[in-house]
Design a protein around this ligand. Structure first.
Ligand code: TXA
Ligand code: MG
Length: 349
């Protein structure tokens, strides 16, 4: 398949490009597009065959459900069988934006979209290109992150092109993602709301709107006996090509340990990299040292994490050590993704 690549500017959207992209989705095709979190791989959420194509293009197991993206709050009633009061309050506060809510699903949502589950995940993104595309596509766009299954989620169109060129009909290039990590997922289909995937909308922010928010116990732990409630969280994820380990402990000891290992790597002729906070990056001797942001600035770290994992791949880095970051606030989402990317290889010094 020939993939058409179109540049598009959020502040000056070319409607003719959006109309063509919308037509592709309405006709059962696939379009990758920017959102404020990461790029999405979109197809018609209410068309079973389109969801099948999404799984095939990503190489994703078909028991891993897709998020349905809407552009208007009024669209929710058609796909959610029940909309609890708490969801209305959360939508008022956080939509459009990086929050995905899980509802009991309505009949019209095909099993192929929800991976056979009786629930449906719904998000209303704030990115204007995404919203224009959803409107032009009939209002319901199923979109997982636009990466091949297992790879870091793409925060720039060039990484979507790397993974999906020739596998989708069109890629809309709308520049770098603002947030850089996927949306927070909260399950509202049970008695109490439960966070299934942390993101830039934090537990504290959610609790300002609804008090009794729980947290899926699998979020930082290695696969526990209990399967994570978001099926996608059980798969190996976000992995760079090189071997990545996270090192935690007192900062001077972390640096000493990593530098020791880097020396060994160099002696073995391996290309090595480090992920570090701005404050400590200068202290490492590696082929590639990536600074992700100031230690206190969790949002900057979130924004750069997937990007640096992809850069290591482009540079052919074989061994990667990452500093550990504070898991408070948005830091929980950062550590959740970093630990998954490392396959939970953690070295405590
Ligand atoms: O920010 C985002 O959410 C991005 C952009 C494109 O919107 N999308 C995204 O989709 O991250 P994806 O498919 O990469 O991750 C969706 C996650 C998976 O872990 C999946 O298992 C979970 O959401 N999920 C979807 N529907 C679910 C449901 N009904 N119940 C529980 N988990 C669900
Ligand atoms: Mg994903």
């Amino acid at each position: 398949m020939k993939t058409e690549i179109e540049q598009i500017h959020e502040e000056n959207i070319d409607q003719s490009v959006i109309d063509r992209a919308g037509e592709i989705i309405q006709n059962g095709g696939l379009v990758a597009f920017p959102t404020e979190t990461v790029y999405g791989l979109g197809g018609d959420a209410l068309n079973e065959a389109s969801s099948g194509k999404i799984y095939a293009a990503k190489g994703r197991p078909s028991d891993n459900p897709l998020i349905v993206h809407i552009a208007e709050i009024d669209s929710l009633a058609r796909i959610a069988a029940k909309i609890p009061e708490k969801a209305v309050a959360l939508a008022e506060r956080f939509w459009p934006g990086p929050l995905t809510m899980i509802f009991e699903k309505a009949e019209c949502v095909p099993d192929a979209t929800t991976g056979g589950l009786g629930t449906v995940a719904v998000r209303m993104p704030s990115n204007k290109i995404a919203r224009a595309l959803i409107r032009a596509s009939g209002g319901y766009v199923a979109a997982p992150s636009a990466n091949l299954s297992g790879r870091p989620s793409p925060t720039q169109a060039k990484y979507v092109i790397q993974d999906l060129d020739g596998r989708v009909d069109m890629i809309l290039d709308g520049g770098a993602s603002e947030i850089g990590l996927e949306s927070t997922i909260i399950d509202l289909s049970g008695e109490n709301p439960v966070i299934l995937r942390p993101g830039s909308i934090t537990e504290e922010m959610l609790k300002e709107v609804v008090e009794d928010v729980g947290m899926d116990p699998g979020i930082l732990g290695e696969e526990s006996n209990e399967a994570p409630k978001a099926p996608g969280m059980k798969y190996r994820h976000y992995a760079p090509l090189g071997n990545l380990a996270v090192v935690e402990g007192r900062q001077d000891q972390v640096a000493a340990y990593i530098n020791g290992r880097l020396k060994e790597c160099r002696e073995q002729g391996k290309k090595c990299g480090v992920i570090a906070a701005d404050e400590t990056a200068a202290g490492y001797l590696a082929d590639s040292v990536k600074r992700v942001g100031k230690r206190e600035d969790e949002c900057a770290i979130a924004k750069h994490l997937f990007q640096v994992l992809r850069e290591f791949d482009d540079e052919g880095i074989q061994v990667i050590y990452a500093e550990s970051f504070d898991s408070k606030g948005v830091g929980l989402a950062v550590m959740n993704r970093l630990l998954k990317a490392a396959g939970h290889q953690v070295i405590t010094v």
